[in-house]
Design a protein around this ligand. Structure first.
Ligand SMILES: [Ca+2]
Length: 80
């Protein structure tokens, strides 16, 4: 059994790349109360979305998971 698993800091949309749309999404959520739709923008796990999270998203922009760079589905990790 394999379980797909990939984590990419700054990837608010979950598409395995970090770009301007993730930064924009984080900016749009700045100041909002955390909920099930915006929690991914709280990169520093402070419980709020603010300029620190926007800075993290900007710094991470351009990043991608190894699997997305190869055009594959998210990396797979064998079961323990
Ligand atoms: Ca935060």
């Amino acid at each position: 059994m394999t379980i797909p698993f990939a984590v990419l800091l700054g990837d608010t949309s979950g598409n395995n790349v970090v770009n301007a749309s993730d930064v924009a999404q984080t900016k749009a959520n700045a100041g909002a109360v955390l909920n099930e739709t915006n929690f991914r923008s709280d990169f520093n796990l402070s419980g709020t979305i603010n300029s620190s999270d926007i800075g993290i998203a900007k710094a991470a922009s351009g990043g991608a998971t190894l699997s997305s760079e190869k055009g594959e589905s998210p990396a797979r990790v064998s079961s323990l």
